[in-house]
Design a protein around this ligand. Structure first.
Ligand SMILES: Nc1ncnc2c1ncn2[C@@H]1O[C@H](COP(=O)(O)OP(=O)(O)O)[C@@H](O)[C@H]1O
Ligand SMILES: [Mg+2]
Length: 317
């Protein structure tokens, strides 16, 4: 697709914020969509917001939509599906394309890529219902150590995840996770600090360090609890912070992500950074992580959504 639209001309366009949808992360997306719409309106854009649950995408054309801001999290909206449909309809959109979205959504394939390009990520096993048997959990624990994290390969927001420290716990965590996905990632436990790094075009925003009294950064810690503490700027010294930012950018590029996103990492017991995942449509409420980091870098919420929208011009060329 080629374009003659410039940043100034974007304000003459009709922008649709797509949000909601019907993934497990619908509730979060409703909030992201409302905040983004509000931010774009305040910044002077002509915006319509559309809940994609039950929505016929062909109506984007009949409604005269010129460009889409994707505020959908999880399956359908963050995994390349809607990106493919918009690509086919020749409607430009924010963020990653089909490949970057699909690869980043899949935690197993993301980790395979991280390993292939020499980026650090914790050891892992992949379990599917077809190859799961009475020995599986004991074998996995023998390989990964006696504490593991179980994750459906293609969910977000910590949905379907559980910690397991015994064969019985791993069995029940796997059976639970099979309800969400046919591929389950079991990852060696990382006992160190947790960080997240936002990427905005070619800019890497200041890393955020998260601390939660929960056993891990679960759904409640992310969205419902006010006990999570965020440190931005984080406590790392300059060299380690530079290392972290560099790793995040390389991970973002390795999965083919574009425009904007957020990379999650954790330290192991030796303080070494390990990549968890790349999020291509991270949460965007006013209190979400990307807006927090952007704020430290000097972007108001309006300036941030405007920047993300403007970056869609770059991806279009
Ligand atoms: N290997 C691990 N060891 C310890 N904690 C982990 C591990 N993997 C994930 N976590 C915790 O679970 C949270 C969610 O994991 P993540 O891989 O980022 O998936 P999601 O897509 O659900 O955010 C992380 O923010 C972290 O707190
Ligand atoms: Mg995460």
């Amino acid at each position: 697709m080629s374009s003659i639209v410039t940043a100034e001309m974007l304000k003459q366009q009709k922008i649709a914020v797509l949000f909601g949808g019907d993934s497990a992360e619908r509730e979060v997306s409703l909030k992201s969509g409302a905040a983004i719409t509000n931010g774009l309106v305040k910044a002077g854009y002509n915006v319509t917001s559309i809940d994609t649950q039950g929505f016929n995408l062909a109506e984007l054309t009949t409604q005269g939509v010129d460009r889409v801001f994707i505020a959908l999290h999880g399956r359908g909206g963050e995994d390349g599906c809607i990106q493919g449909a918009l690509e086919y309809m020749n409607v430009p959109y924010t963020g990653s394309g089909v490949l970057g979205s699909a690869l980043s959504m899949d935690k197993v394939r993301s980790k395979q890529i991280f390993k292939a390009v020499g980026l650090p990520t914790a050891n892992f096993c992949v379990v599917s219902p077809e190859d799961y048997n009475a020995q599986t959990s004991a074998e996995v624990l023998a390989e990964l150590g006696n504490k593991v994290m179980v994750k459906p390969a293609k969910e977000g927001s910590s949905i379907g995840m559980a910690i397991a420290t015994s064969v019985a716990e791993l069995d029940s965590a796997l059976l639970h996770a099979f309800k969400y996905d046919k591929q389950i990632l079991v990852e060696a436990w990382l006992s160190g600090k947790e960080f997240t790094v936002a990427v905005l075009g070619d800019e890497v925003l200041p890393p955020i360090q998260m601390e939660t009294p929960h056993e891990f950064y679960d759904y409640q810690a992310k969205y419902q609890s006010n006990s999570t503490i965020y440190h931005c700027p984080c406590f790392l010294d300059d060299d380690r912070r530079a290392e972290l930012k560099n790793l995040a950018l390389r991970a973002f590029q390795a999965t083919g992500a574009q425009g904007w996103g957020r990379v999650d990492l954790m330290q192991d017991s030796d303080g070494k950074f390990n990549l968890l995942e790349v999020n291509t449509v991270p949460g965007m409420t006013e209190t979400s992580l990307v807006p927090k980091a952007a704020n430290v870098a000097g972007y108001s919420f309006e300036a941030l959504v405007e920047r993300i929208l403007t970056l869609s011009l770059v991806e279009e060329v």
